[in-house]
Design a protein around this ligand. Structure first.
Ligand SMILES: NC(=O)c1ccc[n+]([C@@H]2O[C@H](COP(=O)([O-])OP(=O)(O)OC[C@H]3O[C@@H](n4cnc5c(N)ncnc54)[C@H](O)[C@@H]3O)[C@@H](O)[C@H]2O)c1
Length: 267
């Protein structure tokens, strides 16, 4: 699927979208999607070089873009980023809190520092983005927040307690924020992707495949077979749902955590 195609819509024309985790994968696809539909896009990521590439590729659609080096584990870095965006563009209409990492393993082998770091990125990072954008959107009287959880936030399998816990936490943040911010005209939803073909899933495939005596590709093929659609997602397919949730068409949807998993949870 080609990610750099002509936009067929200007749904986000005049709007400002902030995407965390934009250097790669789903966040990159979201940044490009919003830019292709007319938004000015602020790309926040810890991987500076690849993030600059995303911002440049998104700008190819004629959008204004900026790449901001930001570690979502740091409240100060996120606060500085949001301040700079508001100073430059005066508003934030859409937040996509996508930055995340995966680690997994058996319960007895979870080192405390690994857990703490995972929570810092996947959960604290999302909570802080939501808390920093809230006053900006409240002042505007409108906005859309899309947090990226996972099918792991809704269902469970062995050796994934840490990751599942952070992604269930994102669902909790989303529900409460939706109740709190709804009266201000702000929607808050989560997207729960299934296995999506990004660097993250390829790394997971190699790691889990090794424990099961199979190659990463074999594990991915097995996961594809587990879905109703018999294939894994492309990042652009997740970005499409993110964009829908941030659009006017979704203005009466809030507090939801929507599975985009090819039907894997049904299996
Ligand atoms: N790929 C999947 O199968 C899948 C499934 C369910 C959920 N997700 C979730 O989707 C989101 C995106 O994952 P992806 O598959 O695109 O992964 P990815 O590894 O391709 O991209 C993750 C991005 O987050 C950034 N990031 C990581 N730590 C950061 C930090 N401390 N500060 C700022 N940026 C940071 C990375 O640099 C990268 O650009 C994650 O939250 C992930 O948990 C992915």
């Amino acid at each position: 699927m080609s990610e750099l195609k002509e936009s067929e819509s200007d749904r986000f024309s005049g709007q400002v979208a902030v995407i965390t985790g934009s250097a790669m994968g789903i966040g990159r696809a979201a940044a490009i999607r919003f830019a292709s539909e007319g938004a000015s896009v602020a790309c926040l990521d810890i991987e500076e070089e690849q993030n600059e590439t995303t911002a440049a590729d998104a700008a190819a659609f004629g959008a204004q873009t900026t790449a901001i080096a930001c570690d979502v584990r740091s409240h100060a870095e996120q606060a500085e980023a949001f301040e700079a965006i508001v100073e430059e563009w005066g508003r934030v209409d859409v937040l996509v809190a996508c930055a995340g990492v995966y680690v997994g393993g058996p319960l007895p082998d979870i080192p405390p520092e690994r857990w703490e770091d995972l929570v810092a990125v996947n959960l604290t990072g999302v909570l802080v983005s939501n808390s920093l954008v809230a006053p900006i959107m409240i002042k505007q009287g409108h906005g859309a927040i899309v947090n990226i959880s996972s099918m792991a936030g809704k269902t469970s399998w062995p050796n994934s307690a840490e990751y599942s816990a952070t992604k269930s936490g994102v669902v909790g943040v989303t529900r409460s924020a939706a109740m709190e911010l709804g009266p201000h005209g702000i929607t808050v939803n989560a997207v729960c992707p299934g296995n999506t073909l990004t660097g993250m899933v390829r790394q997971v495939a190699e790691e889990i495949g090794e424990t099961l005596d199979m190659t990463g590709d074999q594990w991915l093929a097995m996961r594809a077979e587990d879905t109703a659609l018999k294939r894994l997602a492309e990042p652009e397919e997740i970005a499409g749902v993110i964009a829908f949730l941030a659009s006017e068409d979704a203005r009466y949807i809030t507090g939801q955590s929507i599975e985009v998993d090819g039907g894997i949870i049904l299996a």
